[in-house]
Each structure stands twice: as C-alpha cells, then as structure tokens.
Design a protein around this ligand. Structure first.
Ligand SMILES: Cc1cc2nc3c(=O)[nH]c(=O)nc-3n(C[C@H](O)[C@H](O)[C@H](O)COP(=O)(O)OP(=O)(O)OC[C@H]3O[C@@H](n4cnc5c(N)ncnc54)[C@H](O)[C@@H]3O)c2cc1C
Length: 429
C-alpha cells in the first residue's frame, strides 16, 4: 500500500514515523516544498535570538533518519487532487498516485489587504526564509513595527526585544491576544509588555504602508495608522493570523470549512483521505463543533491517530477524544494560558464563572463552569500547577460541591483536582 503525505512539518513527520511502525512493509512518501529538511516553526524564536542555528530547528537531527526508516522524501507543492483516480498533481507537472493520502499542509500567514503590504521590508514570521529576512533587518536599534498581538505576535516579541530593536506593536483588538485571553488577562499582558519598554497601540490598525522616500522620510517605510499616527520603521512584521493551506482541494469532494473537516478518526469526507495538524478541523471536546487547534502537540497527536487509521487494514484503530483548545504563551517571561471555553458558557445554559485578579503581582485566574464541570480557564503567572487545570477540563471532571468551593476560592483548583480526579483513580486501583 502507498501512503502519500502532503506536508513535512510536525504532523507529516509524526505520521510518517507512526506509519512505519504500524505498517512496516508499506511505501511511504512525504512531500514538502520548503528549502530545508523537516523543521519546527516553534524553534524560530530561538533562531532569531541566536540561541540555535538553523540545524537546531530540524525536527530530526540525524541526516539519515528518514532514509533508515524507508520514508521517501520529495520536494514539491501539491496543486490539485483527483480523488477518483487517486492522484495528486505537483507544481512541476508530475503526478503521484496514492492508496491513502494524508493532508498535513499546515497553514500560511495572512497578509491583510493594506496598500504597501508587499514591500520588501514587510515580512511575516512563519518560515525559515521569513526568519532569515527578519534577522537581516532586525538589527540593534532598528525601528520595528509589529502588526498583530495574537499568539504568534506575542511569541516572537521576546526574540525581537533580545535583538535590541525598538519595537511598537499595533493590535486591532482592544487588548493583547484578544482571541485567547479574557479582557483582564489581555490588559495585564499589555501592561507587562509596556513595562519592558515596548510600545503597544490597541484598538488600532495599519491602514497603509508607504516607501519612506516617497513621503519625504529617510526611513525605509512609513506606516499610517487608523489613529492618524504615522510611524517610521525599518521593518514591519505582519502577525495578523493564519489560514489553512487548502487551495489544492478546490473542486474536490473533500469538505473544507476553514480547514479540512475530519471525523474522530481524522478521516475527511472522502474515504482513504485523512488530515492532521494546523490544516485540520476536528471535533471539539465539549461541543463537537469543528475546531482548528494550531499548536504543535495537537499536530503530533492528530498525526498519530490519522496514521494508525491509514494503516487500517491492520488491527489498529485510533480515535481522537475531541480537541481541547490549549494556548500557553510566554510573553517576555510572563507565562499565560487559556484552555477550552475560556470565554465562558451562557448563564441560561448552566454557565457560571469566577475571576481572581492580582494586578501588582501579575497573577490572574478565571474559571468557567457549565453546571459542575470546569469547561474553560485563563491564567497568568500560575506556572506550577496549570496541568491540574488542564486535567480538570480535559477529563470533564464532575466537581460536585467543589464547584462552590472554587467559586469562593479559585486558587483551590489543585486541591479540587486531587480530590475529584486523582483520588477516585487511586481508590479504584
Ligand atoms: C514563530 C512560531 C512560533 C510557534 N510557537 C509555537 C509554540 O510555542 N507552541 C506550539 O505548540 N506551537 C507553536 N507554533 C505553531 C506550530 O508551529 C504549528 O502548530 C505546527 O507547525 C503545525 O504543524 P503542521 O505539521 O500541521 O504544519 P506546518 O508545520 O506548517 O507544516 C506544514 C508543511 O506542509 C508544507 N506544505 C504546505 N502546503 C503544501 C503543498 N501544497 N504541498 C506540499 N507541501 C505543502 C509546508 O511547507 C510545511 O512544511 C509556532 C508557529 C510559529 C510560526
């Protein structure tokens, strides 16, 4: 049987390795189009900080790794799919046939349609090629404008600060990380970042980017903000969200919403075609609604499940137990996290919640319940025990009278975890 894997990021690599384990005799071909061995985007901030070199970002450090596992590699970009003839067309005009196909093509950064967004000093921060371009321009003292303070924007801020640039961040939302953090938490992160000398402008957008020489400035770029401000910069980094790489699925029966829709076997609407990682939309743990959870551990988990099921003729079968949205952020040393339905459930649907705020010590906790189950949480500065929060939410643990105790004292969540989930397991043994 021939397995064709489109994408050689964490999802593609873990799928290929899993397939080799569960289907020792099968043919495995893994395809990617970037000019580097399979690597981890997560490592890009460390590369920008110069803590590692490019080889340090590679997912597998041994150059003979894939050959030894008999995982064939191909450089190319999939441009079309024929689900009837079971073949994929690549940008060089050649086809590859498959018996099972895995779509693990990840996503790409979105460039908002702003005049001037394609000027050479305007960069995204997604690939090794992007990192090289940023490193060339983000020199000590350089004026850097970052558009967007979401997950990726916050992650790269520390690397930029360490490069000694003068950083300004412009965010459309009314706070930092608005799609992952409550208003209080987003506000706290903003204050932390400003304390570190970074200028943050919220509720504002970049409306146009002009060449400095065209508007009488000696700066390479001048950005016009919706506030009326004009900012001179040497580099503008766009971190304004991502979109799954699904263009080659146009005109195919593979169902796509935002990403490729999959069931709990990670199989798409077309039998024999699977998807995993940032490109896939899998059912949410609580609601069953489809959700892209664009983090690396999720890509690896989904890839393992997809690969096990791709080799389904064997005895293996594997199911996803629902996606739990997890965001853990290190913003210039301030650790924040949000899990599940962190924004809360409506009161008429059994929702209730509690917030603990300690502005002085940068500590924050919000717990959100549906009936007596913790369905979401947001935390700042509580690094030691967030695993317990995750455990309570992921395990959909019934809290009973512990819910009232947590409403009175949210910091007792570790005790609640031990009492309601660990103890019964221990007793059961
Ligand atoms: C700067 C940065 C920091 C991050 N930090 C974190 C972090 O701290 N924690 C965390 O969990 N996550 C982090 N992430 C997110 C994490 O990198 C992604 O969730 C992860 O890479 C998803 O893996 P994937 O294999 O699904 O997709 P990708 O890693 O995007 O891999 C997809 C691959 O498919 C290839 N491809 C795309 N289209 C095609 C095509 N048509 N044909 C063939 N090949 C194709 C691409 O070249 C790529 O190699 C970060 C991302 C970035 C950019």
């Amino acid at each position: 049987m021939k397995h064709l894997i489109l994408g050689n990021g964490p999802a593609g690599v873990v799928a290929a390795e899993t397939l080799r384990k569960v289907a020792p005799a099968d043919d495995i071909l893994m395809v990617g189009y970037e000019d580097a061995p399979p690597y981890s985007r997560m490592a890009i901030p460390y590369l920008l900080e110069e803590n590692i070199d490019e080889a340090g970002t590679y997912l597998r450090k041994d150059p003979g790794h894939f050959e030894r596992l008999r995982i064939r590699q191909l450089r190319g970009r999939a441009v079309a799919l024929d689900t009837v003839k079971r073949k994929v067309l690549f940008d060089d005009g050649h086809f590859e046939h498959y018996d099972r196909l895995l779509i693990a093509t990840g996503s790409h950064p979105v460039r908002p349609p702003i005049p001037g967004v394609d000027l050479p000093e305007v960069q995204t921060c997604w690939t090794l090629a992007d990192a090289r371009a940023i490193a060339a321009l983000a020199k000590p003292g350089a004026r850097v404008l970052q558009l967007g303070a979401g997950f990726i924007g916050c992650i790269i801020m520390e690397a930029l600060a360490k490069r000694g640039v003068q950083l300004t961040v412009v965010e459309m939302g009314d706070r930092m990380v608005p799609r992952m953090m409550t208003p209080k938490a987003g506000g706290m992160i903003k204050r932390w970042v400003e304390d570190k000398g970074i200028r943050v402008v919220t509720s504002a957008g970049v409306e146009r980017i002009e060449r400095g020489s065209d508007v009488g400035s000696d700066a390479p770029l001048v950005a016009g903000l919706s506030t009326g401000d004009r900012l001179e910069c040497d580099l503008l980094i766009v971190a304004a969200g991502v979109a799954p790489n699904v263009g080659f699925l146009d005109a195919t029966p593979v169902h796509v919403a935002k990403g490729v829709l999959v069931n709990d076997h990670m199989e798409t609407s077309v039998p024999g075609i699977f998807a995993a990682g940032d490109v896939a939309e899998a059912p949410d743990l609580f609601t069953g609604a489809h959700l892209v959870s664009a983090i690396q551990p999720n890509a690896a988990d989904q890839a393992r499940i997809a690969a096990t099921n791709m080799a389904r003729d064997s005895v293996h079968e594997s199911r996803l137990n629902g996606v739990l949205a997890i965001n853990v952020l290190d913003t210039l040393g301030l650790i924040s996290s949000s899990f599940g339905q962190w924004w809360g459930e409506k009161a008429e649907a059994g929702g209730s919640g509690v917030e603990m705020v300690d502005e002085g010590r940068y500590r924050y906790l919000s717990l959100q319940f549906k009936d007596d189950v913790l369905v979401g949480a947001t935390s700042i500065g509580l690094t030691q025990h967030v695993g317990a929060l995750r455990g309570l939410i992921h395990g959909q643990v019934r809290l009973g009278d512990w819910k009232e105790r947590l409403l009175a004292n949210p910091l007792a969540f570790v005790d609640a975890y031990v009492a309601r989930s660990q103890q019964p397991m221990a007793l059961a043994r």
